[in-house]
Design a protein around this ligand. Sequence first.
Ligand SMILES: [Zn+2]
Length: 367
Amino acid sequence: MITAADGAFMARALQLAGRGRGTTAPNPCVGCVLVRDGEVVGEGYHVRAGEPHAERLALAAAGASARGATAYVTLEPCCHTGRTPPCTDALRAASVARVVVALQDPDPRVAGQGIASLEAAGIPVEVGLMAAEAARLNQGFLSRVTRGRPFVKAKVGLSVDGRTALPSGESQWITSPAARADVQRLRAAADAILTGMGTVRHDDPRLTVRAVRARSPLRVVVASDPVFTPGARILQGPGRVLILTVADPGSSKGGVAGDPEIVAVGGSGRRVDLTAGLRALGARGINDLLVEAGPTLLASLLQEGLVDELVLYMAPRFLGNGRPVADFTLPALAEARDWHYSDVRRVGPDLRLTLAPDRSGTPPGWL
Ligand SMILES: [Zn+2]
């Protein structure tokens, strides 16, 4: 039976799991709290792939106190040997009395078998406490495992009249320093940042994370024609660069400096197949993708239904004529897709609008 105390300990486990955000890919974020006689005796969270899982860290912290304890885990414990041995074995060996799991792991190597193996060992397991929160925390991992592609979040800085640059191309900066600091937080939580060749040519962005101690997400450029100007900043700096293109450019590499990975994903004419591109990123273990693209690429992603969340930073300024958020033309208003605001808040002087697609009738498979 689930009690109010169970909820509080699972909330703590979720809080711990969140500390792994941005570093665990391709693995999920997982937190674990061990409680005996109403007291926390051990805690842990997964930091990065190859390092111990949350359950192992919590058990190590608890030592002999784990015997008879309840384990609160945000995701079903693993029962397979990956880079580390199965957590189900460790929980059994430590003689925990009960396991409470927020969410079953859809990874086919687990998929209920972790729960079944604990139950087979006589350990009662309860599943589903705060499942929605656990799913939100791991929306990238769940997207990759169930759809084969990352969760796609697109970020746009714009004026109150919906412009992202002046006709001259000038766009730095429309939004406030507070909004730009918030974007740094989004980048730090992403496994990869994707942009298009148009943005690389016009804005010459770095797309790096400036925060101290953050690791550098993979920088991805969608380029039908991957020809970079010498010194393009996207190719500089820490972290790897990957270029998604239509066809293999051969040994010439289109004059690309440095050593980016070039992945030919096909397409029609000069349009890169974006669905195949996202699958290529999924195959490389990218759970969470942040898109910072111009109006052409963003229009394609939106029209192909590939954006799972939009984050708009809206500055209280009018720019008049200028670059739109997404460059497409609808034949009729009835053709417009509906979104809904999932969060609205102020960031400094700007508004941050978070939007999710209205997919009434087709909810994401993992929620
Ligand atoms: Zn594990």
